[in-house]
Ligand binder design. Sequence first.
Ligand code: TGC
Ligand code: FAD
Length: 388
Amino acid sequence: MKPFKAIDYYQIDSLLSEEERLVRDTIRDFVSEQVMPRIEKHHRAGTFPRELIAPLAELGTLGSSLQGYGCAGLGPVAYGLIMQELERGDSGLRSFVSVQGGLVMYPIHAFGSDEQKERWLPPMARGEKIGCFGLTEPDFGSNPGGMLARAERKADRYVLNGTKAWITNGTLADVSVVWAKLDGEVNGFLVEKGTPGFSARDHEGKFSLRASVTSELALQDCAIPLENRLPGARGLKTALACLNQARYGIAWGVIGSAMAVFDEALEYARTRIVFDKPVAAHQLQQRKLVWMATEITKGQLLCLQLGRLKEAGKATPQQVSMAKMNNCHVARECAKLGREILGASGITDEYQVGRHLCNIESVYTYEGTHDVHILIVGQDLTGFGAFS
Ligand code: TGC
Ligand code: FAD
């Protein structure tokens, strides 16, 4: 495996604090040493690298932006850099960390009771308990407000019915944050593995995010204690607020994927000879590499400024949407161009570009599709909602 050379064309490193660089370099080394040697094997087998959960926890990556409960309490830029480095390794690994921290620990931290926080957050930060986030349903992905999942209050419990689809970490999870309507209003519930009436099974046949677990959750008269409702989570708004955390991480993460692809394509283009000179010495290929480098640099700057806005408490959900939308598009195009540059080599898993190319299709789609983010930003700019 060749050492990773991270593109930093605009010396963005100089805009980071010493702590941010240290965090970034620590995760970069971890990915080079622990992730890269094993990820293709997992991708090929369609298995999640569970053996990395403990080291990821030891490095403080789980719930790293949260305060207290054994979490690292890092700032938004350091958190983003962790996502960038993990996704340089594989989008599935970043997904695991995003979901655990941004979509499960975050709602428990923000909307949970003291008992729920004490019970779940410390073991989740240590990687001893795993979580998943169940919002999407088979017939309601982009429009989660239409969800069919229902919760009904009985004397001493809630009874949940419904199906959630495409849920990252579903069969791995000890606890699922399940969103369901209670008296017509979306609420969040903690459903523990093993609860009668709850089951999970994996989606089979994925060509994308193969090193990640994606599952369907079924709730059939699933009774949970009253204290398992997240008391502060009322309305669709609270579920969507969780997405801001994860979308922010994705905006950074996919730039990591693009950086990996760029590094590999540049190295290949410099050494592969076609028509008596390196691929990189041909104008058509330079154009591709220059496009990639320019868009990656713009994406890095977008993330950094978004991170600084977030630090100051000024980032809006629509700005997060713009970064998720733009950077996923850039990463998707970079993966296509990188694969082109590698010729036939680009379609085997001897190189990483094919894996990133396949993974990015999921990332482009989840956490709000590209189209949905266009409509969110479009509504913000024009004042007109164009969803229906
Ligand atoms: P709408 O009327 O627009 O909004 C309802 C209320 O929510 C507020 N709101 C938000 N608040 C905080 N953050 C956000 N991002 C928010 N978006 C909306 C909004 O202001 C309103 O508040 P209020 O006070 O007026 O009640 O709702 P809508 O039903 O029209 O839907 C709008 C739409 C389409 C933008 C939204 O539903 C959406 O974002 N759809 C995309 C669904 C999505 O992203 N699902 C992701 C599932 S999780 C996942 O994919 C995990 S992938 C694994 C990984 O991350 O690695
Ligand atoms: P649809 O909503 O059916 O969209 C189909 C097409 O219509 C898309 O091209 C879309 O852009 C377009 N479209 C939708 N609305 C409009 C509109 N108003 N105008 C124009 N075009 C529109 N969900 C979770 O809750 N938790 C998870 O952990 C999770 N993990 C995932 C992991 C993977 C690998 C994948 C692939 C998905 C995951 N999801 C998860 C689900 C994901 O969030 C949804 O797939 C996504 O929100 C899109 O929903 P959908 O697939 O139902 O597409």
